[in-house]
Design a protein around this ligand. Structure first.
Ligand code: ADP
Ligand code: MG
Length: 567
């Protein structure tokens, strides 16, 4: 069985394909969404998901999240006394999804289709594949997240002709894509995005509002208080999707403070964030050569599109309501499972062919002689595979040495949309020898081939001798070699993973601890009592007693967590 995985910045999910379509895989807590958070307990044991997310508040130094942002870089995260690469943190999430899938499906799972943002570059895509390998999963294919979303929706109407606009506002990223579906063929026509816009920015605005109300400066507040306030801000944001106002009480320096917010003032404080969403939407539509009214279906993806203000923007821009039949934060995982079904050549999907586009322009560095001058201008970017080219794609061009007599050509490969290479990202370089020719400038042929899994192959060939050289991407600071991946795999095997059966207990304990942090006086005493009672039951190792008490605690927590919220 190949599973589909949405490895999100905020939440991750797994799903699989059945005769009745894609199905989500619940985690050990019975939930579909596993927060992409990692917590190192007592410097020795790894906990992932909801418990880890709760520990972001109580143990900010031992827990981390949002590491997807660092994929493809060398940025290390310190937890306790250990450093973790972004691939390793992602691998820990993938490992827990794999374990959940194995329990749910009752079989070993070793292969996956993983979704990645359309704007992920080669290095980030390779880092995702490395993360999966470290987790013991072979990536059968990477699929762009908006493509997966459209695939989940497209299935319902396989024979129709549709132009989709996929608007994905997740926790930390905004991604817009235009996709076309005709007679069972899905094609991505254009994609655009903003890597620094997401639901968390909306939370930050509420956090700043709370800090203002408490007359606090973010820099002067302890990390612990900041994390607690941020958790409250997040709850306020979620609550405001359903109700018109919220009010919380917040315990700070021995006193209770009331923090309130109405939906109207929330919408005012985020209006510039919402306005920013227009730019990538417009770019994607114009890149696809369409007008807004030519888009047949508008699909909302990402938990943050649940916010009314986001839906209103889309409705205003397109003068009609967007679709949200499928849960916006589950649709990518469902689509990844459909893709997994495709990869496995599931009969039901046999005739459905997928195509994708290259999310950025790929090219190389050139120098140009200025017209009417001897002078050369260096550092220019020469695009070879343009943004939004349908892939797999192969393009060739000719280049030559600058002066007769030169016997080597240096090829610097870049991705990006800027005219000068200094503003783009260098993804590789190599040099090729050409024969000595003192009379004429020797020429080479350069071929770029970009395939569906986001791998770029560059071949340079001397036109005189036919000698050629293939690109091996070098100087790739964010990528692990195969040997390093294997080493990390072994390292991770050594790390103790918190037992899956205990995840439910761990989650309840961390929720209790978080509520304790946010309370004062009698409420604290009450929670403290609950905690010690639960610990006593836990030490009995009586599974039935533990399960019963845990259910009791869950019910208590519902009211403890919500008693300070009213509309
Ligand atoms: P990612 O793709 O980044 O993993 P998701 O699609 O799971 O993210 O979306 C996560 C974001 O959606 C978070 O910022 C979360 O606060 C936000 N979100 C989820 N549900 C709601 C809701 N009901 N109202 C407002 N925001 C929400
Ligand atoms: Mg997402």
């Amino acid at each position: 069985m190949i599973i589909g995985i949405d490895l999100g910045t905020t939440n991750s999910l797994a799903a699989y394909f059945t005769d009745e379509g894609p199905k989500l895989i619940p985690n050990s807590l019975g939930q579909d969404l596993t927060p992409s958070a990692v917590y190192l307990k007592d410097k020795a044991e790894v906990v992932t998901g909801a418990s880890a997310k709760n520990h972001l508040v109580t143990h900010p130094k031992d827990a981390t999240s949002k590491f997807k942002r660092y994929m493809g870089t060398n940025q290390q995260t310190r937890l306790g006394e250990q450093n973790f690469r972004p691939e390793e943190l992602s691998a820990l999430i993938l490992k827990s999804l794999k374990a959940d899938a194995e329990v749910h499906l009752g079989e070993t799972v070793t292969e996956a289709v993983i979704s990645v943002p359309a704007y992920f570059n080669d290095i980030q895509r390779k880092a995702t594949i490395a993360a999966a390998e470290i987790a013991g999963l072979k990536v059968r294919r990477l699929v762009n997240e908006p493509t997966a979303a459209a695939l989940a929706y497209g299935l319902q109407d396989k024979d129709g002709e549709n132009t989709f606009l996929v608007v994905d506002l997740g926790g930390g990223t905004f991604d817009v894509s235009i996709l076309e579906m005709f007679s069972g063929v899905m094609e991505v026509r254009a994609s655009a995005g903003d890597a620094f816009l997401g639901g968390e920015d909306f939370t930050d605005r509420i956090l700043n509002h709370f800090l203002d109300k408490l007359k606090l400066k973010a820099k002067k507040v302890s990390a612990d208080d900041l994390a607690r306030l941020r958790a409250l801000a997040d709850r306020a944001k979620h609550a405001l999707t359903e109700q018109s106002a919220v009010e919380f009480s917040y315990a700070y320096k021995g006193a209770e403070h009331a923090l309130s917010l109405s939906r109207t003032s929330f919408e005012e404080m985020v209006s510039d964030l919402v306005a920013r969403m227009r730019i990538p939407i417009q770019r994607a539509i114009s890149d696809a050569g369409l007008r807004a009214d030519e888009v047949d279906r508008i699909v909302l993806v990402g938990g943050a599109t649940r916010m009314g203000i986001v839906r209103t923007l889309i409705t205003r821009l397109f003068k009609r309501f967007p679709e949200h039949d499928l849960d916006p934060d589950r649709v990518v995982a469902l689509g990844a499972a459909v893709q997994a079904g495709l990869v496995a050549r599931d009969k039901a999907l046999d005739e459905m062919v997928m195509t994708d586009v290259c999310p950025f322009t790929l090219g190389y560095e050139v120098s140009k002689q200025l017209p009417g001058h001897d002078k050369w201008e260096d550092g220019l970017f020469s695009p070879l595979i343009e943004r939004n080219t349908v892939i797999p794609a192969s393009r060739t061009t000719e280049g030559s040495v600058l002066k007769p007599g030169q016997t080597e050509i240096q090829l610097n490969i870049f991705q990006g949309e800027a005219p000068y290479v200094k503003d783009n990202i260098q993804i590789g370089s190599f040099s090729i020898r050409v024969p000595l020719n003192r009379k004429e400038r020797e020429s080479i042929e350069v071929r770029f081939t970009y395939d569906n899994s986001g791998v770029l192959e560059v071949i340079a060939k001397s036109l005189t001798t036919g000698n050629h050289k293939k690109l091996i991407i070098e100087g790739n600071p964010g990528a692990l070699t195969q040997a390093q991946i294997e080493e990390r795999f072994k390292e991770l095997e050594k790390i103790k993973i918190h037992p899956r059966e205990e995840a439910a207990n761990e989650a309840i304990l961390s929720r209790l601890a978080a509520v304790y942090e946010n309370s004062l006086g009698e409420k604290r005493e009450y929670i403290s009592d609950l905690l010690s009672q639960f610990n006593t039951v836990l030490s009995s190792y009586d599974k039935r007693a533990i399960d019963e008490f845990r259910d009791h605690l869950a019910a208590q927590l519902e009211s403890l967590e919500d008693s300070d919220v009213f509309s």
